[in-house]
Design a protein around this ligand. Structure first.
Ligand SMILES: [Zn+2]
Length: 138
């Protein structure tokens, strides 16, 4: 846990957002309660419930979320915060964005093709923009 690389990995898993409320965290304020973006390493499955110290059970969470969560399930806490999942890491988020943009462009082009070749181009552009705006920001 003292290892900075490990901290970085956990932080990057959610692209630096609290996995429970999606608030932005400050990497350098790990464990510094009371500072802006302070965070803890959170066990998604509480150790008291058999959770491990493996990376796949560890997430970054703001300190108040970590305390609020206690031993309850991540899903329940996320739901009470109005979110359904942990934030994506940078790579995954970018991948989804690209896929949505492509899918949007394809369906827009199909729609536009009803209006002739010019429509295909305009439709593709509009669809691409729509796909992009439909993508998750984190
Ligand atoms: Zn939080």
């Amino acid at each position: 846990m003292k290892d900075k690389n490990r901290l970085r990995k956990i932080y990057d898993r959610t692209n630096g957002y609290c996995h429970l409320c999606h608030k932005k965290l400050a990497f350098t304020n790990h464990g510094r309660n009371g500072t802006q973006g302070a965070w803890h390493i959170e066990h998604s499955i509480a150790k008291a419930k058999g959770g491990t110290d493996h990376l796949n059970n560890l997430y970054a969470a703001c300190i108040s979320c970590n305390i609020k969560k206690g031993v309850s399930h991540s899903k329940n806490v996320r739901r009470s915060n109005g979110v359904t999942r942990a934030p994506y890491n940078k790579n995954k988020s970018q991948k989804i964005r690209n896929t949505n943009t492509l899918a949007g462009a394809a369906s827009g082009a199909l729609l536009g093709s009803y209006f002739g070749p010019g429509g295909t181009i305009v439709g593709g552009l509009l669809g691409g923009i729509f796909g992009e705006s439909n993508s998750p920001k984190k």
